[in-house]
Design a protein around this ligand. Structure first.
Ligand code: UD1
Length: 368
């Protein structure tokens, strides 16, 4: 094996941080073969959205923090490219690894491509086939210019093969987000969030909503909140609200629909252990997140996804996820099914076993 290959992993948002927690440990097993550096773009910058994840998940302090200012996606992506080029010029990595589908992912991928650096995409091939979703464009463009593909589920493999990638570029390794759940399961169990919020296991629903299509327009956010109010008539609802959703609810003057409902517990974004404890013990999750569809599948907890499509079809075909129309009556019916325990339990997709990072680093060891 050649010595000292330099790898830079670039992360920028909460879901990225959760997907890279096991790399330090796995690279260390190769005793100096890899020189690994971590870059944080600063797309998510709050204590609640960023720092707490580094602390709890024992992620190394980033070697570079780009600290890009808040701003429009175009502005942020431009700033990431400008700052990241400087890092690449200093470090001269052999490979850059980008993660997931957020704006930081594509900005970093494009910078690596322009600098002629080999590019690996972790969680590649996923497609919602909905080009109105900013993440879908990030996925397509990142895959278009990547050299190596780490895939979490079968559908990812199929879409990459369809787009002309060759077998030797594709590696079905499983899901590094599940690695983190497995590695920290003991800590998750110790979290005291149920007591803090006065909840009983199995007697509450957990909600997360932040997709632009659900929250950015007044009518859509109002409908989303009306659905939550409907759910809150059946059981207690915990809603750790994303900054985007909070900002919009305040702007549209409808935040009080949440704060004035005594069955809705509105919290700030929660830390990883607390949030995962809530996932593990809730009756069901109602969400529009990508990653939470996977985490509930792993936990075999019912997940109702308020979206027309999912880029993670194995969570529906194999797991406990179901896509829902924006229709209050249909949602109430579905919740009745769950409360009567008529809802599917689902199975766990292949390689979602806590060893995906180990497989990735093995591949890198063989080809880098
Ligand atoms: C981003 C990702 C999305 C991911 C989500 C998880 C893209 C295109 N979208 O969406 O795929 O599921 O993160 O959280 O990259 N903000 C804060 N504090 C923070 C971070 C953001 O207040 O720490 C504010 C921003 O200033 C902005 C809003 O929240 O006003 C949205 O943040 P942004 O990073 O643009 O996208 P997300 O909606 O979080």
């Amino acid at each position: 094996m050649p010595k000292h290959k330099k790898i830079i992993i670039v992360v920028g948002t909460r879901p990225n941080f959760i997907k890279i927690t096991q790399f330090d440990k796995e690279f260390a097993k190769y005793q100096g073969h890899f020189d690994y550096k971590l870059v944080h773009t600063g797309q998510h910058y709050d204590y609640n959205m960023s720092d707490i994840f580094f602390q709890q998940l024992e992620i190394r302090k980033p070697d570079y923090f780009l600290g890009i200012p808040a701003g429009s996606p175009t502005f942020q992506m431009g700033m990431i490219m400008v700052e990241l080029e400087k890092v690449f010029d200093i470090e001269k990595p052999d490979w850059v690894i980008v993660v997931g589908d957020v704006n930081s992912t594509f900005a970093a991928a494009f910078t690596a491509y322009k600098k002629g650096i080999k590019l690996a995409h972790l969680e590649s091939g996923l497609r919602s086939n909905d080009r109105n979703m900013p993440e879908e464009i990030n996925r397509i463009l990142t895959d278009e210019i990547s050299d190596l593909f780490f895939v979490t589920e079968n559908a990812g493999l199929s879409s990459l093969i369809r787009s002309g990638k060759t077998e030797d570029q594709l590696h079905f390794v499983g899901n590094t987000m599940i690695d983190t759940l497995v590695a920290f399961d003991g800590e998750i169990d110790k979290a005291e969030i149920l007591q803090t919020l006065g909840l009983v296991s199995g007697n509450y629903a957990l909600i997360t909503i932040h997709r632009p299509s659900n929250v950015d327009e007044y009518e859509n956010l109002l409908l989303t909140i009306e659905i939550l109010v409907e759910v809150a008539q059946k059981l207690k609802v915990v809603f750790p609200i994303h900054p985007r959703t909070l900002k919009k609810a305040e702007e549209f003057g409808i935040k009080q629909m949440l704060t004035e409902n005594e069955n809705i517990i509105l919290t700030e974004p929660l830390d990883y252990f607390a949030f995962q404890k809530l996932v593990k013990n809730c009756r069901f999750v109602l969400t529009d997140s990508g990653g939470i569809q996977e985490e509930t599948t792993f936990r075999q907890v019912p997940c109702l996804t308020l979206r027309k499509n999912t880029e993670r079809p194995s969570t529906v075909e194999i797991g406990s996820n179901e896509l829902l129309e924006f229709d209050k009556a249909a949602i109430v019916n579905k919740i009745e099914e769950i409360l009567l325990k008529k809802y599917k339990k689902g199975n766990i997709p292949p390689f979602w076993d806590g060893k995906a990072t180990e497989r990735i680093v093995k591949v890198l060891g063989e080809i880098v």
